[in-house]
Design a protein around this ligand. Structure first.
Ligand SMILES: *Cc1c(COP(=O)(O)O)cnc(C)c1O
Length: 481
């Protein structure tokens, strides 16, 4: 393998290692070598190109059309970030490259990106330090809850339970359970926010902490958020902020200022990096000062001479969550995004995300039930309960949207709303796109009333129609995909 570095970035992000350092042959033992040539199909390049182009056209992404998948923040991924991530000085980095060699240039640029990103995220969230290692939001949750457990162990606290609102994303209780905690569900009240009275009765000396997202999964900001954090802190519990909904408040308000102690961010949501299909993502976790010692190894540190290094010697650390640098190329894209927008730009993200969601909410509320009519944040949650009178369910509306060229919103989540349809437009969509989507949703509402059997047959424009989704998830046949 030969490493090639672009001249424009040479010097800053990397230089060619001497030829003597590059392995030229690989020794594979005779017993592991194949005895006959592989029976590979013979196809022309053109046939292969057509095959994969055809497959790609069956796929749907934010580059195709509107993708209002609530809670997932499917915003546009700026192409400039892709371009920078593909610079050879970044793209050809190998995790085993030494941190300091040949003037310290080999991986110093990458370490500097991680170091700066830590500082940016601290400023955005009011935390004291971040680990960049977790590969997704759920991975960040597990990391954060392990930090919570390490804190209580260190103090000799006997804690057994984690409180989680009934509107929470399923990964929250799953993460707490994997970390060994009993999950206690806190009810929402008739405003769609946490029932503070109920919470106060549930908190006791066994409470290790609380996990919540704010605005919550209904897109509603928790008005009692400061009080909630105080109640948890009164029993030496910790407050965990699920940052999946940070897009609603980024640049405007900071979880650390509400009282949170641990935060994960989904870079693939708020910070515009690609996601879907299980990855790639990144879920950095930030903590307040008193939890810094528990962060996973390694951490990027800046030495007195101005160079950067990975630090492993941290006795109270929860240990390894991921090797080396985390999902570096994703962190890099998010870094570009933050630099590109700056402080004022990030504020506009939140403002426009909230404006777009409320625009859709107001335009569609005459056609679909709206269980919580107050001003929402970055997403709005409708219910298809009115349509069920005609035998139409949220899933039928979702399928009807596919036939009309849109990715469906999230349906049946959050589960506290019957027949829920959760729409998150994000800030990156134009008014024209929102208007076309709104018209389409109105047309579907009319069809649900006038000719429900037609909507029940959707989708009719896709290579496959309705799937048995449970069977499809449980018996994935990759060869046939
Ligand atoms: C997306 C999401 C998660 C999980 O994040 P992943 O990156 O998909 O693992 C957790 N909580 C909420 C509210 C989410 O929307």
């Amino acid at each position: 393998m030969k490493l090639i570095f672009d001249k424009s970035v040479q010097g800053r992000f990397g230089v060619m290692p001497p030829a003597s350092d590059v392995p030229t042959t690989v020794n594979i033992k005779q017993e592991f070598r194949r005895s006959a040539d592989a029976n590979l199909p013979e196809l022309s390049e053109l046939d292969v190109v057509r095959h994969f182009t055809e497959l790609s056209r069956r796929n749907f992404g934010v580059d195709n059309n509107f993708y209002p998948l609530g809670s997932c923040t499917m915003k546009y991924n700026p192409k400039v970030a892709e371009r920078i991530a593909s610079y050879p000085g970044f793209a050809h980095l190998h995790p085993l490259m030494p941190q300091l060699r040949m003037g310290g240039l080999l991986t110093q640029g990458a370490l500097e990106v991680l170091y700066d990103m830590d500082k940016f995220l601290c400023e955005i969230t009011a935390m004291a330090g971040f680990t960049m290692q977790p590969m997704a939001g759920a991975h960040g949750e597990l990391t954060g809850i392990m930090i919570m457990a390490a804190y209580h162990r260190d103090k000799g606290n006997k804690k057994t339970t984690v409180l989680i609102p009934d509107s929470a994303h399923g990964t929250n209780p799953a993460s707490a359970a994997i970390a060994g905690y009993k999950v206690v569900s806190v009810p929402s009240d008739n405003r769609g926010v946490m029932d503070l009275k109920a919470l106060k009765q549930m908190v006791n000396s066994e409470t290790a902490g609380i996990m919540l997202t704010c605005p919550n999964t209904l897109g509603i900001f928790e008005p009692d958020i400061k009080e909630i954090c105080k109640v948890i802190h009164s029993v030496d519990g910790l407050c965990y902020y699920d940052g999946a909904n940070l897009n609603a408040i980024v640049g405007k308000a900071r979880p650390g200022d509400f009282g949170f102690d641990i935060v994960h961010l989904n870079l693939h949501k708020t910070f515009a990096t690609p996601h879907g299909g299980g990855g790639p993502g990144a879920g950095p976790v930030g903590v307040v000062e008193k939890l810094l010692d528990f962060l996973p190894v390694s951490l990027v540190v800046k030495r007195n001479d101005g160079t950067f290094a990975l630090e492993y010697d941290r006795p109270k650390s929860i240990g390894y969550i991921a090797p080396f640098y985390g999902n570096f190329a994703i962190i890099l894209r998010a870094y570009v995004y933050i630099l590109m927008l700056g402080k004022e730009g990030l504020k506009e993200v939140a403002e426009n995300a909230v404006l777009n969601a409320n625009y859709i909410k107001e335009k569609l509320k005459a056609y679909y039930d709206l269980p919580f009519p107050q001003v929402c944040k970055h997403e709005c949650v409708f219910s298809a309960s009115r349509q069920t009178e005609k035998g139409i369910h949220a899933i039928d509306i979702a399928k009807g949207l596919i036939d009309r060229g849109f990715h469906p919103p999230t349906v049946y989540f959050p589960s506290i709303v019957k027949e829920s349809i959760m729409i998150e437009p994000t800030e990156t969509e134009s008014k024209e796109t929102l208007d076309t989507f709104i018209e389409t949703m109105i047309e579907i509402a009319k069809q649900a009333h006038a000719e429900p059997e037609k909507l029940k047959a959707a989708p009719v424009t896709t290579p496959v129609g309705r799937l048995d989704e449970t069977a499809a998830a449980k018996n994935v046949d990759i060869a046939e995909l």
